[in-house]
Write a protein that binds this ligand. Sequence first.
Ligand code: SAH
Length: 227
Amino acid sequence: MSEVQSIFSEFGYTLDNTQRDRFEAYIEVLMDWNRRVNLTGAKKRNEILRRHFVDSLLLADRMDLSNKRALDVGSGAGFPGVPLKILYPSMDLTIVDATLKRVRFLEELSKRLSLPFEAIHGRVEHLQKTETFDIVTARAVARLDVLVELCLPFAKVDGFFVPYKGERFRSELKTAESAIKHLGGVFDGHYAKNLDGGESVVLFIKKVASTPAGYPRRYKDIKRKPL
Ligand code: SAH
């Protein structure tokens, strides 16, 4: 069994050959680029596999992503969007990230893995607002009260915004309550799993009503005065 396969099976995932080959190619391309360009703080193979790849799959424990339309905001080196896409190739994935070198990496990655997804260079709050995504994800991008305004507007009604958080998510959630409500969402539960770096959590924020016009605002307004 390959190292990739044994780490994934330790956490309860069985990969088919295509998935295994793609994860193996992903770690090679990432480690190669990471030597020249700072894409992620984790540099060791084992660390990347456990902290980034396995952690990214948390949502897949709870949701079937086949044929879903997903937006990953601030994906960086591809997390959680790309590992989820490897698990569910039929998922239609769009990524938006503000850092050009990371978007270039993602474009190359998409080619090397023969895994089509769109990588947009820009800030999410500058995208044209469309409430069309079944799922919007974000991991390690911003505090929840800010993040909810960056992400929830893009989810369709009945869709979900799924932020990846750590064990202190409850206090962040409390601070974000009014923003969630204002933007048309309700907190619909969480799922936690103990991984190497401690407890990893995904929150399910369900969109129950259309977001009022004008959101997301400009970043400096969001930061200065979260909803
Ligand atoms: N999600 C990845 C990367 C986290 S680093 C992971 O879990 O490892 C945060 C990333 O978010 C950076 O690449 C940064 O460029 C991007 N980012 C921050 N604010 C953003 C915004 N408003 N719109 C788009 N990308 C943003």
